[in-house]
Design a protein around this ligand. Structure first.
Ligand code: GLU
Length: 469
């Protein structure tokens, strides 16, 4: 489509959360629009009044917001376009491409069975006209033309259907409400959508929709049907295997950037690029790089990719996205002193964690509040004969000033002490670590000292001597 501005859209039905398959389709639509300097629109397909809820709409908006997929223009609510859909159905009737149908439910069932038995699509006797019955319920049906329908899908390639296999589908129901197939064509046209990118469960709908576009004399958009995401076992994605909302992934401690990267790479590739951010992808995203084969969810890879983004993230990002996790680990929000110790520690420990949950665990030794509980194996290292060693170390470390309180220097002080006492590092390492961390995971001891800072270190050793000896 030369000289036409690219317009893509994400068109979720608000009947649940923003699941990861939908999120990935939204990302593809978003990146494709950005790559081509076009627009990415959001349409909430809320025509199913029984199943659509405001809560689900909000969950979808929150999910997109969290993922950083920002739509252009106003949100279109499909239910608001009902009149327009009815007008279009009317126009199709006028042009002979649709017809009023008065079949009763029983007649429909019988015809459906008959067409199935004869191995053909559903046709209504009303397609040939007839006198309108009194009091009957009228639906509007599409008159499927003879012939074949072909689309060149940007992912799936050329696909041809025999129109004989398409039902004369309902466009307007008995209460004049439009069905998905009509609403989607009308709205995509009215919104100027040039590329329809969606899950391949809609592939056959592209054939049906193309017929409606043609009947209306409208340009048919390009289609790109993305293979679905399968579970790690290669089967349909189940809840247990990851068919969850993006909010569940946020709760599992993934960063939006990590999730964006993982979902994008799942089903799309560009050379050997594995770890990338928005800016990279918006420059290069093409539909031709979407894989034709379904992708399998791989949690190890998801964690790995997220870990890479955690290392790349700045400390403020980690602190703000990690807040809920640090709070949960500490069972209370962090105060200023805890936050400042955390901020200093993050660059040293972030490479040890793939998720924010793991990060909160690895950071716990600095975020803990005095007096810290020493339990389990750590407590066992506090043997009676270590008391004097800990008192010595308290004395030695008290002699180190704040400005000298750095990793290497502290290590030298510890080493001088063990040389003087003629003992191995093991004699002091384990009990000192127990006093300082309570047994929480921690890096090298001298780094633990530096990250805790002078006051906290001395305070924790004192607490330990008072409580456990
Ligand atoms: N509302 C449809 C769904 O959530 C998508 C329609 C479309 O993308 O054409 O499955």
């Amino acid at each position: 489509m030369p000289n036409t501005k690219v317009v893509t859209r994400f068109a979720p039905s608000p009947t649940g959360f923003l699941h990861i398959g939908g999120a990935r389709t939204a990302l593809f639509s978003y990146y494709f629009a950005r790559k081509h300097g076009g627009e990415f629109r959001l349409r909430v397909e809320d025509t199913d009044k029984k199943r659509s809820t405001a809560k689900a709409t909000q969950a979808i908006l929150d999910g997109m917001d969290w993922l950083g997929i920002h739509h252009d223009g106003d949100i279109v609510y499909q239910s608001k376009n009902e009149k327009r859909h009815q007008e279009i159905a009317e126009r199709l009737i006028e042009r002979g491409h649709a017809y009023p149908c008065f079949m009763t439910a029983e007649q429909q069932d019988a015809e459906r069975q008959k067409s199935r038995d004869e191995g053909r699509a559903f046709r209504s006797p009303w397609r040939n006209g007839g006198k309108f019955p009194k009091g009957g319920t009228m639906v509007v049906r599409f008159r499927v033309p003879d012939g074949k329908t072909t689309i060149i899908d940007q992912v799936q390639g050329k696909i041809t259907w025999d129109n004989k296999d398409f039902d004369d589908l309902i466009l307007l129901r008995g209460d004049a409400s439009p069905v998905y197939m009509l609403a989607v064509v009308a709205d995509d046209h009215d919104m100027g959508v040039t590329h329809v990118i969606r899950g391949d469960d809609h592939l056959i709908n592209a054939g049906r929709q193309k017929l409606i576009y043609q009947a209306l004399g409208w340009d048919v958009p390009e289609f790109a049907h993305v293979p679905l995401i399968f579970g790690p076992d290669g089967k349909k994605l189940s809840k247990r295997h990851g068919a969850l909302g993006v909010d569940a992934y946020a709760d599992m401690g993934y960063l939006p950037a990590g999730m964006r990267n993982y979902l994008t790479r799942l089903g799309w590739s560009h050379g050997d690029m594995e770890v990338f951010d928005n800016t990279d992808v918006t420059k290069i995203f093409e539909l031709s790089d979407i894989n034709k084969a379904p992708a399998r969810l791989d949690f190890d890879k998801m964690a790995f990719v997220n870990g890479e983004h955690m290392v790349r993230a700045d400390v403020d990002t980690l602190v703000s996205y990690g807040q809920a996790f640090f709070k949960a680990k500490n069972e209370s929000p962090l105060n200023d002193a805890q936050t400042s110790r955390l901020t200093a520690a993050l660059p040293h420990i972030v490479s040890r964690a793939n998720t924010l949950i793991e990060l909160a665990d690895k950071a716990f030794f600095v975020t803990r509040e005095r007096p810290i509980q020493i339990t389990g194996k750590a407590k066992k290292t506090l043997k009676p004969d270590t008391e004097n060693r800990l008192r010595d170390l308290l004395f030695v470390l008290s002699g180190v000033t704040k400005s000298e309180w750095v990793d290497q220097n502290l290590l030298e002080h510890l080493q001088t002490y063990i040389t003087k006492e003629d003992i191995g590092f093991g004699k002091i390492g384990a009990p000192l670590r127990a006093c300082l961390t309570g047994g929480a995971p921690s890096p090298d001891l001298s780094l633990v000292l530096e990250l805790l800072g002078r006051d906290e270190t001395l305070g924790r050793i004192k607490d330990c001597l008072e409580t456990y000896y």
